[in-house]
Design a protein. Structure first.
Length: 230
């Protein structure tokens, strides 16, 4: 294990290489992905919390994974366009969600650009996987995708959940190592945003955001571009 861990040490690994490794991890993890929802009651309860969020109209879901949240969105939206870069997770999502108002599309969020606008842009447990250096570009993409008066809604783990991860310290406070059932270990971006700090960071990027903790473990945010109300 020591030799394997040494190979995982982040010696200034470029974002592109790290994101490629993160992609490979989620492709390999697809058969295991839903296990956490079966094991954790708090996650299942969180799915029900979507009823309290301003999800409406035409919805764009970024990094939809296996469709756990897509099914919830489909019940609230006029239409859902759900994106994910991994064909392996999309196959599971397509089997799970067969609603006629849902369109699944394979696309890398970091290179994809919208061809239309949406009333709601939603992403769950994705923001923490965006490298800090990519945050401005990511939020620009979200802005491009939003219709006037549209809202970005996101859900993620709060700082109290950091104990679950194995950080690749001291080289990085935003890279973790995760192990799959086959014993393989993978580097993944994982940033635990503090709600107050994130609110300030978003303000700097031109967003008005309400970010709060839910149940102590999760973070829920609703953001609107400043000065773009139609």
């Amino acid at each position: 294990m020591a030799g394997e861990d040494e190979a995982l040490v982040d010696h200034g690994l470029p974002d592109d290489a790290l994101l490629a490794e993160q992609m490979a991890y989620y492709q390999a993890r697809a058969p295991e992905y839903d296990r956490v929802y079966a094991e954790r009651e708090d996650l299942r309860n969180l799915l029900a919390a979507a009823d309290e969020l301003p999800i409406n109209g035409d919805v764009l879901e970024l990094a939809c994974g296996t469709g756990q949240w897509t099914a919830v969105l489909a019940e609230r939206a006029r239409s859902v366009t759900a994106l994910d870069a991994a064909a392996e997770t999309l196959d599971i999502a397509c089997a799970r969600v067969t609603s006629p108002n849902v369109l699944f599309t394979q696309a890398d969020v970091f290179t994809w650009h919208p061809s239309r606008r949406y009333d709601t842009v939603f992403f769950a447990f994705w923001l923490s996987h965006v490298p800090p250096s990519r945050l401005p570009a990511f939020w620009n993409t979200v802005r491009e995708a939003l219709a006037p008066q549209g809202k970005a809604i996101f859900i993620d783990e709060g700082p109290s959940e950091a104990w679950r991860e194995e950080f690749l310290a001291p080289q990085s406070t935003s890279t973790v190592v995760r192990q799959l059932d086959d014993g393989s270990r993978h580097r993944v971006v994982k940033v635990f945003h503090d709600p107050e700090t994130l609110t300030g960071d978003l303000a700097t990027l031109g967003w008005s955001a309400d970010v709060r903790l839910v149940g102590g473990s999760f973070m829920v945010g609703v953001a609107e571009p400043v000065g773009e109300r139609g």
